[in-house]
Design a protein around this ligand. Structure first.
Ligand code: AMP
Length: 208
């Protein structure tokens, strides 16, 4: 039996394809040079390539049996998501952090926060009992403070180069991020052997 696997296009796809290949799952044609979104793979599996934020949706509703995407995407999708997170693939490591212009203080007053991660930010500042106005952004996050759009941002930080280049410094870590394998709840039961075989093979690849 075969699985339908939803993959997060971009950096995660690039890093997880070699891992899937090691686990015996390889697309029958080159994903990079194709405009297709669905690819047949070895073992009769199907790979579907999509935006990260669509991966949890496809997996929750069972249009894909399993999915591979970042923990940031999973957290932003929601805490009570109806799928299982089965494995940390150990790739795509970074941190979700608050960042502010160098030298500025958070103070105690109301703050405006520019971010792609509105749900995560809302939960985070609620927990801190801080009153914030959230400004949803799709990109151009790091320039929001310089442009006077927001007091601080919540964003993904890897080396910190992007922040520094825009006069920002990282402050608090909200979450440690890496790429995860998620599994549809029904598939976990009805396709247990296939799911378990994939999880076990990928676990071996991760272990190295
Ligand atoms: P850096 O300048 O190395 O701190 O990288 C920060 C930028 O790269 C952020 O704006 C992120 O959008 C992106 N980025 C870095 N690492 C990741 C990752 N693991 N997953 C997704 N985006 C990332």
């Amino acid at each position: 039996m075969s699985l339908t696997i939803a993959l997060n296009r971009g950096r995660i796809l690039k890093e997880c394809l070699p891992m899937l290949a090691e686990a015996g799952i390889e697309p029958l044609e080159d994903i990079d040079s194709s405009r297709k979104l669905v690819f047949e793979a070895t073992g009769g599996h199907k790979l579907i390539v999509m935006r990260g934020s669509d991966v949890p949706t496809y997996v929750e509703y069972g249009a894909a049996d399993v999915g591979i995407t970042g923990k940031d995407t999973i957290l932003e999708y929601g805490r009570d998501a109806r799928f299982y997170e089965r494995l940390d693939l150990g790739i795509g490591r970074c941190k979700l952090m608050t960042a502010m212009p160098e030298g500025e203080e958070m103070g105690n007053g109301p703050l405006t926060v520019g971010t792609k991660f509105v749900n995560i930010s809302r939960a985070y500042f609620e927990e801190l009992n801080r009153h914030v106005t959230l400004i949803p952004l799709a990109g151009a996050i790091e320039i929001a403070p310089i442009m006077g759009l927001a007091d601080l941002i919540v964003d993904i930080v890897d080396t910190g180069n992007t922040l520094r280049a825009n006069g920002l410094t990282a402050r608090e870590t909200i979450a440690d991020i890496s790429t995860r394998l998620i599994v549809n709840r029904a598939a976990q039961k009805t396709r247990f052997d296939d799911v378990q075989s994939l999880v076990n093979k990928l676990r071996e690849v991760v272990a190295g």
